[in-house]
Design a protein around this ligand. Structure first.
Ligand SMILES: NC(=O)C1=CN([C@@H]2O[C@H](COP(=O)(O)OP(=O)(O)OC[C@H]3O[C@@H](n4cnc5c(N)ncnc54)[C@H](O)[C@@H]3O)[C@@H](O)[C@H]2O)C=CC1
Ligand SMILES: CC(=O)C(=O)O
Ligand SMILES: [Mg+2]
Length: 587
């Protein structure tokens, strides 16, 4: 059964042939979420596939079904129930589910992604109805290849999203429920990035959990012990990555919501071994750099002259800092140490200083000398004091500490800059360092802002969502389509520059820093185009060694940007029904 679905996946992604050969009939076909069309099966299909009596008389179009599904969606009174409805729809009729997400993306995003998916993940074991995803168990380290084999062979998989679930969406360690973030990110890879929904694998590495609430929950479905760390964890992760490399050599590997130390360690270890990236580090860094490019343009300031405070120096905070440094080195010719001089990291113990113990290597690179006179006499644990001392142009929050950007802090910032750039990025919504409406009020509307989760407009002003979902689908799609051997800094820089060109603030100094989420599919295609072209220029694109299943000719990436963009669009999966033809045998 799985094999025939994989063949269907292969078939539909790269061809636009009008017919798909289907062997299933009757109930089996209706119960197959990848093939089911429900009331949209034509009368002829109902006859050929022996569905007489299994469906009511009317034949509906996908549009009719979308109207019905959207009405049903609105019958559910809470966001969590809406999330659950969407999950059910996905396992009944995948095409309808993705078409619904596409059509109402702005509204659906907060249901299928942060913040509601965070609640669904936190309640995973209570809400569980049917498994989805690949569960790898640290107590069964030799079983990885066997467990992944359910998903097919080398040519069947384009993209894998893996989490160890230690730092999920701002709500911390969620144990085995973390599978929900891998699933959610892959849904976005399909909705925004056009990756075929059946050519992906969501993976959770179940390494135990330190979340006491989960350990005490009798229904908890994961390993009921503390997180395994150290050598056993490293070996398990390595075993997983080597399995991916061997079994799915063309797949892109996306790391999501790992604990901070493991996130940096794995990225350093594997970034040159296979096409992989860490979304919290590189994705967040990239989208933030695009937003900052627009904001700085609007304030007539160049990045080398801008002072930045990053409040919360974990995966996202340090990822943003590193991305800024890469940009300053590449674009402005600064050395790495010069580039770091204007970036100040604050973590739970205050400003990061070189005398602190237990700093991660990445944090240590930004540590300031506590003996320096400018730091000596101030309370380095007070954000207000630090804002007074540093006089930042940019203030970014990745701390999960709600309300940290107080009125005093923000108004202190306004003393020194005309248009403060403030990005409270912590998810979920309730953990934002400041509310957009307050930031606008406290700065008399002068603030340039973007948030990590979606917020409603404030006095007709759209609040930009500075979420990595603006960029990881484009980076991922670009890496998949070019069959990149690795994901280079240059490819990420190309993604940043492409997204930055779409910032509405470039045209209107009071406009949002990032485009609207409803445009995200086209944005992802544009970002992917620039990523593909950069991969080709850097000699990393392996797709040109492949033969097209459509034309049976060697694939060539079009050199011209516009032509490449059209090629990228043509490769993206669309949620639409195909006509079915009776296959002779079940594969
Ligand atoms: N908008 C976006 O696209 C993204 C947002 N995020 C959000 O950013 C937040 C952080 O995520 P990660 O970096 O992955 O987590 P993390 O756990 O790696 O980092 C959080 C950091 O904040 C620090 N912190 C805790 N209390 C603090 C305090 N009182 N003052 C200053 N720092 C403090 C922690 O020590 C830690 O280093 C989460 O809410 C996450 O959802 C993360 C990735 C992308
Ligand atoms: C958006 C995201 O990746 C996070 O909050 O972890
Ligand atoms: Mg994340």
């Amino acid at each position: 059964m799985r094999a025939s679905l994989i063949r269907l996946a292969r078939h539909t992604r790269l061809t636009r042939e009008p017919f798909v050969d289907v062997a299933q009939t009757g109930q089996e076909l209706l119960n197959n979420f990848q093939l089911n069309k429900g009331s949209a099966f034509s009368n002829e299909e109902r006859r050929i596939f022996k569905m007489g009596g299994l469906l009511p008389t009317a034949v509906h179009t996908l549009d009719d079904q979308l109207d019905r599904a959207y009405n049903q969606f609105h019958m559910y009174p809470t966001d969590l129930l809406k999330n659950s409805f969407c999950e059910s729809l996905k396992v009944q009729n995948e095409t309808l589910y993705y078409a619904l997400m596409r059509r109402h993306l702005k509204e659906m995003m907060r249901i299928i992604y942060t913040p509601t998916q965070g609640d669904a993940i936190a309640n995973y074991s209570q809400l569980f109805r049917r498994p989805a995803g690949c569960f790898l168990d640290i107590n069964q380290p030799d079983d990885i290849a066997h467990r992944m084999a359910h998903y097919g062979d080398a040519e069947d998989i384009d993209y894998i999203c893996v989490t160890d679930a230690e730092g999920i969406l701002g709500i911390g360690d969620q144990g085995v429920g973390g599978i929900g973030i891998a699933i959610s990110k892959l849904v976005l890879m399909t909705v925004c990035g056009g990756i075929h929904p059946n050519r992906v694998i969501p993976v959770v590495l179940d390494c135990g959990t330190n979340n006491q609430k989960l350990l005490q929950n009798p229904l908890y479905m994961g390993n009921r012990h503390e997180r395994v760390r150290g050598e056993r964890y490293d070996k398990f992760l390595d075993n997983f990555v080597q399995t991916v490399k061997q079994r799915y050599p063309r797949a892109v590997l996306h790391f999501e919501d790992f604990g901070t130390a493991a996130a940096y360690k794995s990225l350093d270890l594997y970034r040159d071994q296979l096409p992989c990236f860490n979304d919290d580090i590189q994705g967040t860094g990239a989208v933030t750099l695009s937003a900052l490019a627009g904001a700085l343009h609007s304030t007539d300031r160049h990045m080398p002259d801008a002072r930045t405070i990053i409040f919360g120096a974990g995966s996202a905070g340090c990822g943003i800092a590193n991305q800024m440094v890469d940009k300053l080195v590449e674009n402005d010719g600064l050395s790495r140490s010069e580039a770091r001089k204007n970036i100040f990291l604050i973590d739970r113990n205050g400003l990061i200083t070189s005398d602190m113990r237990d700093l991660m290597t990445v944090q240590r690179e930004y540590a300031v000398d506590p003996e320096d006179p400018c730091w000596k006499d101030i309370d380095r644990t007070s954000l207000l004091e630090l804002v007074k001392a540093i006089q930042p142009h940019i203030l970014i929050g990745c701390s999960t500490r709600p309300g940290s950007f107080t009125k005093e802090v923000v108004q202190e910032m306004c003393q020194h800059v005309d248009r403060p750039i403030i990005l409270p990025l912590s998810n979920p919504t309730r953990l934002h360092e400041a509310q957009p409406s307050d930031l606008i009020e406290w700065t008399d509307g002068r603030v340039l802002l973007a948030t990590g989760s979606p917020f409603d407009d404030v006095h007709g002003r759209r609040i930009s969502e500075n979420n990595n979902c603006f960029i990881f689908p484009g980076i991922g799609l670009g890496a998949v389509l070019s069959r990149a051997s690795t994901i280079s800094k240059g490819m990420i820089a190309a993604a940043i520059d492409e997204l930055a060109t779409m910032s509405p603030v470039l045209k209107d100094p009071n406009g949002p820093l990032l485009p609207d989420i409803s445009e995200i599919t086209d944005i992802s295609a544009r970002v992917a185009t620039s990523v593909v072209l950069r991969a080709r220029d850097e000699g990393l694109a392996r797709v040109e060694d492949e033969i097209s299943p459509v034309s049976a000719e060697k694939i060539e990436i079009p050199a011209d940007w516009d032509e490449c963009y059209i090629w990228v669009l043509s490769q993206m999966w669309q949620p639409e029904y195909h006509r079915y033809r009776r296959a002779k045998t079940v594969h």
